[in-house]
Design a protein around this ligand. Structure first.
Ligand code: Q9C
Ligand code: ZN
Length: 676
């Protein structure tokens, strides 16, 4: 198993700057890199990474994407006078040149390639390259938007050429549209490009018609370019997560990439003068985590934008700490997606429904009242803000610094029968710590009154010990292999409910009655994926998903996980996740591992897995994923059965009034319930 996170940084890339007055370019400063790197050092993250040296890209590398004429022109810039540089700069938009920028641009490309090589040769699992200049705006023959060479586009071409990769996913979470990347791969089905970007009906830079949602790619590449235009500023965490759950992740799992590259711009974070969005730095922990189990964990993040010198380093730290394997922090009080975000979501899903089987059930045409192209009528109100333009741009946003993410001393602890060997790197809980007499007698009374089984009591007590240590953050997660998962499930839910004002997300995989009283107090939210029809249920806290072939059907299963379970979990915000594998569930190891990996985005990674004694073969894979190893990739998925798609959709529609993150359209009345 390849582990480790690469960090690529070289001070040399801070050694160029704007030499004249240009308001459009003054935000792109060397300090962007120094503050980011210093924050990684200060938080003890840099020392946990594997440092990889930069290199200069070769001409052959650069020519993978750029024209010879352009390379020759840029090559001359180190020898130009200030006047020549200004003049040279003028032919491009929102970019500046400096005598040292050509050198830095070669290092930026070389950094991306060093990162890629380290990941592809198995030296590290994943990594981050802190580079200047950024890349995603530069075109075959043009600099643009602070970018000289297209670092990530070159890396993708290089990966195809050198390693023969068949499918590469590029996720561009920078707040600008990476039109250079889009253009490079628009007819190429082997590179799936996803970008969200501030658009405002084409009023925002780079003001291109082809940045809109209906630009889906050309020829063989049709369907492999996904644009999510934001038509309002102020988008929040819930808006970003909604697009991940309902567009990017389903398509990404269907695409099944060999490698994921991220155009990691942090101008999409709060406080950024360009983006003017309101997502907090800790959202990047989640965006990163959600991508970390694709492609067997091969994930390369390359810095693009990010101009607020407070939110940028915070966002970089969140990203790198997650790459290192620490579970993401809790995201309290997520807001529902706003109406404008839902309009964009609806349009994107509709534009792509003919290309992706996971989106086949999406609304065919956006609601007639929805048009992201519509130009605002005079006098029509802006729903997001009543402030005038000047006021808006001068007001400084404030947000709390993300709290330090403290990892518990023990990552994974197991409660196992004596005849099951303890997997490496785990701790066994064999003798429960002394439980208080009240807990013990309750255990006896509730669960063991007719079983005179001293082993069972020890097991249940050990599980309680494990849960208590998770609550105290002494242990991150755990696995218990038990004689009866139903009894253990009851025991945990009762115990947690009694001791704290907690919420438990119970995820049941497989058939069988869930022995939990569903009350409307919200102490538990149960999601069960099975082949049994339980749809007469009406509680918002019990979500049965019935798949025709049960949990052995990967396409239906992943659809339910991404489109239902993830948004529900984010909105519910549990303090503990209880994942139960019911007897004879039929779930295959790789799907099970993907599920465990994804669930670690909740409750600071506090997941307790329960499995039945006769599933011993699954202990190793389960423990590995709990420890943070990447889940093996699912093979390319078949189209899900239409019955299954409908079953997932029925639950989504039933619940979307109560759980706003399940919304995928801006249909009248469904969006903006809180006025957003
Ligand atoms: N309001 C990247 O983030 N436009 N480039 C500036 C001033 C140019 C951004 C206009 C923005 C380029 C990599
Ligand atoms: Zn940007």
């Amino acid at each position: 198993m390849t582990m480790g996170t690469a960090l690529i940084y070289d001070e040399e890339m801070t050694k160029y700057k704007l030499l004249w007055v240009d308001p459009a370019c003054k935000i792109e400063v060397p300090e962007r890199l120094t503050v980011s790197h210093e924050a990684l050092v200060r938080d003890g993250l840099a020392e946990r990474c594997i440092p990889i040296p930069v290199r200069e890209a070769t001409e052959a590398d650069i020519l993978l994407v750029h024209s010879e004429e352009y390379l020759e022109a840029v090559k001359k810039t180190p020898y130009m006078t200030l006047e020549d540089l200004k003049e040279f700069t003028l032919q491009y938009g929102d970019v500046y040149f400096h005598p040292n920028i050509y050198h830095c641009a070669k290092l930026a490309v070389g950094s991306a390639l060093q990162l890629l090589d380290s990941v592809m040769t198995g030296k590290v699992r994943n990594g981050m390259a802190l580079v200047r200049p950024p890349g995603h705006h530069s075109m075959r023959s043009a600099a643009s938007g602070f970018c000289v060479f297209n670092n990530v586009a070159i890396a993708a071409r290089y990966a195809k050429q050198k390693y023969g990769l068949k499918r590469i996913l590029i996720v561009d979470w920078d707040i600008h549209h990476g039109q250079g990347v889009q253009h490079c791969f628009e007819d190429d089905p082997s590179v799936l490009y996803f970008s969200w970007h501030r658009y405002e009906h084409q009023k925002f830079w780079p003001n291109l018609r082809e940045s809109d949602y209906d630009n889906v790619g050309k020829e063989n590449g049709a369907g492999y370019n996904i644009n999510v235009p934001w038509n309002k500023v102020g988008m929040e965490n819930g808006d970003y997560l909604s697009v991940f759950c309902h567009v990017l992740l389903p398509v990404a799992y269907e695409f099944c990439p060999d490698l994921v590259l991220v155009c990691a711009g942090f101008d999409s974070a709060i406080g950024d003068p360009e983006g003017e969005m309101c997502a907090t730095p800790d959202i990047f922990a989640h965006l990163t985590h959600l991508l970390m189990n694709l492609a067997g964990g091969k994930l390369c993040c390359v810095l693009e934008g990010g101009y607020n010198l407070t939110s940028l380093p915070q966002s970089v730290c969140q990203t790198v700490q997650t790459l290192l394997g620490d579970p993401p922090p809790r995201l309290p009080s997520l807001s529902a997606p706003c109406k404008s975000a839902l309009e964009s979501l609806e349009c994107v899903r509709s534009a792509h429904r003919q290309y992706w089987s996971c989106l086949k059930h999406a609304a065919n045409l956006p609601n007639s009242h929805v048009s992201t192209k519509r130009i605002k009528l005079p006098g029509e109100e802006d729903e997001r803000t009543e402030m005038g333009e000047e006021e808006k741009s001068t007001e400084e946003k404030v947000w709390p610094e993300p709290p330090k993410r403290l990892s518990p001393p023990i990552r994974s602890a197991l409660v196992l029968p004596d005849d099951v060997a303890l997997p490496d790197r785990c701790q066994r809980i064999s003798s429960p710590e002394e439980l208080d007499p009240l807990t013990l007698s309750k255990l006896r009374e509730n669960f063991l009154k007719d079983v005179d089984d001293c082993d069972a009591l020890t097991t249940l007590s050990s599980i309680i010990t494990l849960v208590e240590k998770m609550e105290k953050n002494e242990i991150c997660n755990g696995l218990a292999v038990v004689h009866s998962v139903t009894m253990a499930m009851m025991c945990v839910v009762q115990h947690v409910g009694v001791t704290l004002s907690n919420r438990v997300l119970v995820v049941c995989v497989g058939n069988g009655r869930v022995p939990i009283h569903i009350s409307e107090d919200g102490k538990t939210l149960v999601v069960q994926i099975s082949s049994e029809d339980a749809e007469e249920q009406t509680s918002k806290f019990y979500v049965p998903v019935c798949l025709k072939k049960g949990c052995s059907d990967m396409s239906g299963f992943i659809q339910a996980v991404l489109g239902l379970l993830l948004p529900l979990g984010y909105e519910y915000e549990p303090s503990l996740v209880l994942l139960v594998q019911m007897p004879k569930s039929g779930v295959c190891d790789s799907m099970w591992q993907q599920l465990i990996g994804l669930l670690q985005c909740f409750a600071q990674g506090h997941t307790l897995v329960l499995m039945q004694e006769n599933e011993k073969a699954c202990v190793g894979p389960t423990a590995s994923t709990l420890l943070g190893d990447p889940a093996p990739p699912l093979e390319q998925l078949q189209a899900p059965l239409s019955e299954d798609v409908e079953a997932v959709e029925r639950q989504r529609r039933r619940l979307q009034a109560d759980w706003k993150l399940l919304q995928t359209t801006a249909a009248a009345g469904s969006g903006g319930a809180d006025g957003r």
